[in-house]
Design a protein around this ligand. Structure first.
Ligand code: SF4
Length: 259
């Protein structure tokens, strides 16, 4: 029985309902962790440390960010003792060099606004803003960063990526729609909120790219309908495989083969 739903749960179910079941219903132990997940999470922790420092009014040197990154890897390999699956000949050392270059680029490029919140938790009712119909479970999660910028407020999600984002992804991404919806529940007009992916690129010459966008009430209606359909599917036990390119990296591929 669901007691809340998160953006990650919604997107996992939309990508593959059977994967959702393995992860959230059956809670099948992971046989390994893909390097990309650990890398992304470790970079994320370094950025969180940077923005917390800025919020307190201090500069954060590269060494501190690298130390946070490295500690995140250490935790996975010693405390969590899980096998890490590397790709493309990568090693922990080669990824460390990549991370160092990326964080250096970040520090040289970033122009933060006034930091209003870092890793802001939320729990809001999911409502259709037109009909006022309400789902039985709230939407829960965290917003990476909220900044005051010259045009108002920016709500930001951090990503690491190997490829540049295209316009369609930025315009339709459900995570940014969820952030916009959360801000509207807190009294903001969605069209006054700048939503942004801040993306640290991994490949070639490192770069730090920002993708601003915004959402309207119509997007919030679609979010409601999507969340409603997904929660109905989960509560009805509608779990089935959805084969895609993502199967290559799926941690449940072995379990899926036995299904
Ligand atoms: S291997 Fe593919 S189809 Fe099977 S659970 Fe994973 S993502 Fe779904």
């Amino acid at each position: 029985m669901l007691n809340h739903i998160s953006y990650t749960q919604i997107s996992t179910y939309l990508a593959c309902p059977l994967k959702y079941s393995f992860q959230y219903v059956e809670q099948v132990p992971w046989p390994f962790k893909p390097e990309g997940l650990i890398f992304g999470s470790a970079i994320h922790q370094a950025l969180e440390h940077y923005y917390n420092g800025r919020k307190e009014g201090r500069d954060v040197p590269l060494g501190e960010m690298i130390a946070l990154y490295d500690a995140a890897w250490e935790k996975e390999t010693t405390e969590n003792a899980i096998t890490i699956r590397f790709k493309n000949g990568n090693t922990r050392d080669s990824l460390f060099d990549t991370a160092e270059a990326m964080l250096e680029t970040f520090l040289a490029t970033v122009k933060p606004g006034e930091i209003l919140a870092v890793e802001q938790p939320f729990s809001v009712d999911i409502m259709d803003p037109v009909s006022n119909e309400k789902l039985s479970v709230p939407l829960e999660g965290r917003i990476d960063l909220i900044e005051r910028i010259p045009s108002g407020i920016a709500v930001i999600d951090h990503k690491t990526a190997a490829k540049k984002y295209d316009d369609e992804r930025v315009a339709n991404d459900l995570q940014l729609t969820a952030y916009s919806y959360v801000m509207s529940r807190q009294g903001h007009d969605p069209e006054d909120i700048t939503l942004r992916f801040d993306v640290l690129m991994k490949n070639g010459n490192c770069s730090f790219l920002s993708y601003p966008t915004f959402r309207t009430q119509k997007d919030h209606v679609r979010l409601f309908k999507t969340a409603q359909s997904v929660t109905r599917g989960i509560e009805a036990g509608a779990f089935y495989p959805q084969k895609s390119w993502m199967c290559n990296d799926c941690v449940f591929a072995g379990e899926c083969g036995k299904w």
